[in-house]
Design a protein around this ligand. Sequence first.
Ligand code: SF4
Ligand code: SF4
Length: 165
Amino acid sequence: MSLKEKAYLPAILGGMKITLKHFFKKPVTIAYPEKKREFSPVYRGQHVLKRDDQGRERCTACGLCAVACPAEAITMIAAERKRGEENLYREEKYAEKYEINMLRCIFCGLCEDACPKEAIFLTDRIVMPEPKRNNFVYGKDLLVETLENRIDVSQRQIKSYTVEK
Ligand code: SF4
Ligand code: SF4
């Protein structure tokens, strides 16, 4: 064996030793998507626009979330509630259009903190992968919770009340 080959041998043996050391250890990775990690209750995932206890949209299109958003990911158009729509929108002004660009969003949660109506919350839902960029602009159809599928944000609400002053 040449000197060069002899010099590699310790390195190879060292590498094999490391491989063997890890071979019988429990893997740190998980077989996603078969296995999914549990998220924290305050994980910052896809947003929800909440309805109140009577099913009316809470958002009043005040725009504070859009102003607070550092990524300028939120756009909305406000409209005035018409007679007969009292069961749809909680206040006279509502968001006729409300969009979040999920590609711009950095999931910082500032929109949630800025909202005076407890209308927008981040949730433990993940933003699904998409082949088309345009599909990442989420409108009200994807953001407003349905009456049949209310999103539990109680953990996030508790957090906002327990912030130490
Ligand atoms: S989580 Fe942050 S970046 Fe995303 S929409 Fe809200 S404020 Fe903007
Ligand atoms: S989600 Fe909240 S902060 Fe944003 S426009 Fe609606 S009421 Fe205002």
